[in-house]
Design a binder for this molecule. Sequence first.
Ligand code: ZN
Length: 232
Amino acid sequence: MIVMYVLLIIVLIFVFYMVLPNYIARNRSKDVVKTIPFNKEKKCIALTFDDGPDPLYTNRLLDILKRNNVKATFFLVAHKAEQNIDIVNKMKHEGHGIGMHTLYHKSAWLSFPWETINEFRKGLGIFKRLGINITYYRPPWGTFNALTLKSALKNKLKIILWTVEAYDWRKNNSASNIEKILLDRTKDKDIIVLHDSGGAKGAPNNTLDALESTIPKLLKSGYNFITIDEII
Ligand SMILES: [Zn+2]
């Protein structure tokens, strides 16, 4: 009998703390943005990078963006931002958008309610100390628990998801495959997610190698690159 009760409680937590809030946030909330919500004369896309800043990769990425005169948006892990202030300042100085990607990149589904609330408080506190006003947020893996959306709204943050991903964090992906996915799938108003840190060992090198050739091709196809600040 006790086993039955324990099982029932686990199922209820799974449904009401994880699955339902996740479904509602991802499919029903007007505060969760997945695509560029307006028409512009020119075709528009938003390039976004998660999980940095990373001293091994982010500077090269900033150089690629600068060389192509393209602005992007970085969803930074707060404790990594605190450890790489120079890179964050460079991003800011070069006109890129900066959003928060949690404090330690812990999944919402593995976080207790009080942890979720604290992540927002401590993470936003770090950015405030760095002189950055955060107005948008991306949850790791795009997952929500019952507190994620509520905490974001309480902190006046929009939530930004994406429409195109190239699985660039995977171990056996290659630069040419990432480029192929991006060129095949990208269309007007897409928000593209890539990673300049994390994932399989060395994976961001594939992302950067792909971008060297993909960004000029997307520019040649007539895409205008905008930041999340221009969207919300
Ligand atoms: Zn992430």
